[in-house]
Design a protein around this ligand. Structure first.
Ligand code: IPM
Ligand code: MG
Length: 371
């Protein structure tokens, strides 16, 4: 059948591309302890993005004012990553925008709209791939419930890497899932290093290896290989279905510390975890690579809030938490500590139904709490 032949041709090309991708992974890390000037790129995004990103930028400008004046930190606004411009250029990240992004060291990014169906790839997925941001770190912390979780989601492979490159035959559609040894080893290493450096003693490896035998099977095996270098840390395997239940189960859930998982499961379970913390509007997220890193909220662009004229009630806490992670990543630890302390005691709250303060009022209150 001609369609099968064509699909095989596509598959051959995809495999070759993936092998080339692995060959390009080089592992050279940016060292922020010695870097003389750090450029933070700010990308507004779509929908509520510009509203919440503007507030997070104010916070960064306040915390880093001395360094900005001295020139050791540069905050650079990056224009053009809007859904309108992306559709007009026919690219998830227009070339000039990508060049501007690559001129920065780290990025603070508002949510971008992902068109459903069609050919246009998500800007997020494209950015994670272009900058090779392989570790998606998503903390969820609820001290009063004794919950302190850190999710390490693989961010460049799995179902995502070829997510918009599947094939269709008459009466059938096929997508691809890719797990590489190097790709798995580096996310596992990142998760175990985090555990070791933060006094954590347990890593849960979460897959569906009973069904996805090749990809998830390999992921699990490599995580256990890496674990051998961390004798003080115990590792348990869970399947993703029971893990979604376990996050709701007391007292079991309190024992989870670091959760290490492939891309799609990580995407899904981190929304659940964020909801347990109080909603996706409360969670920040770091996308870390060796050269670049990007920090964002875990929620979407909420176009309906804009349509209803409620944009000013978008909660900036998520992206401000991401800004704190950014500060920590560039080794501005005391600024990160100051910000996190102020957030914990900020007396006001933004609510999407408009019954709380606005994003701007919240940020005013937060800035006044900085000590
Ligand atoms: C996330 C988001 C993205 C994802 C979307 C916007 C492509 O849900 O960061 O969790 O699926 O990774
Ligand atoms: Mg998600």
């Amino acid at each position: 059948m001609k369609e099968v032949e064509l699909a095989c041709e596509v598959f051959r090309k995809l495999l070759e591309e993936q092998l080339a991708r692995i060959a390009g992974m080089n592992g050279e890390k940016t060292d922020f302890t010695t870097k003389k000037q750090v450029t933070i790129g700010v990308i507004d995004g779509d929908g509520i993005g510009p509203i919440i990103t503007a507030q997070a930028t104010r916070v960064l400008e306040t915390l880093l004012s001395d360094e900005i004046a001295a020139g050791s930190i540069v905050i650079k606004q990056i224009e053009g990553l809007t859904i309108e411009n992306r559709l007009a250029c026919g690219k998830p990240i227009p070339e000039d925008v990508l060049a501007a992004i690559k001129s920065c060291d780290v990025l603070l990014k508002g949510p971008t709209t992902t068109p459903m169906g069609g050919k246009m790839e998500s800007a997020n997925v494209a950015m994670r791939r272009e900058l090779d941001l392989y570790a998606n770190c998503r903390p969820v912390c609820i001290p009063e419930k004794n919950i302190d979780w850190m999710f390490y989601r693989e961010n460049t492979e799995g179902e995502y890497v070829l997510g918009s490159r599947g094939v269709e035959l008459p009466g059938m559609a096929v997508d691809f899932k890719v797990t590489t040894d190097l790709g798995t080893r580096r996310i596992a290493r990142a998760a175990f290093e985090y555990a070791k450096n933060n006094g954590k003693t347990h890593v849960a490896v979460v897959t569906k290896a009973n069904i996805m035998k090749k990809t998830d099977g390999r992921f699990t095996a490599i995580c256990h290989e890496v674990a051998k270098d961390y004798p003080g840390i115990t590792v348990d395997d869970y399947y993703i279905d029971i893990m979604t239940a376990n996050l709701l189960k007391e007292p079991l859930r309190q024992q989870f510390q670091v959760v290490l998982l492939p891309n799609l499961y990580g995407d899904i379970i981190t929304d659940e975890a964020a909801q347990i913390q109080g909603g996706v509007g409360t969670a920040g997220s770091a996308n870390i690579g060796d050269r670049y890193a990007m920090f964002e909220a875990i929620h979407g662009s909420a176009p309906r809030m804009i349509e209803r004229g409620m944009g000013q009630y978008a909660n900036p806490a998520s992206i401000i938490k991401a800004a704190a992670m950014l500060l920590r990543h560039i080794c501005r630890t005391s600024a990160a500590d100051r910000l996190e302390k102020a957030m914990a005691k900020c007396p006001v709250e933004v609510r999407s139904d408009g019954t709380g303060v606005t994003a701007e009022q919240y940020t005013d209150a937060l800035i006044s709490q900085l000590s």
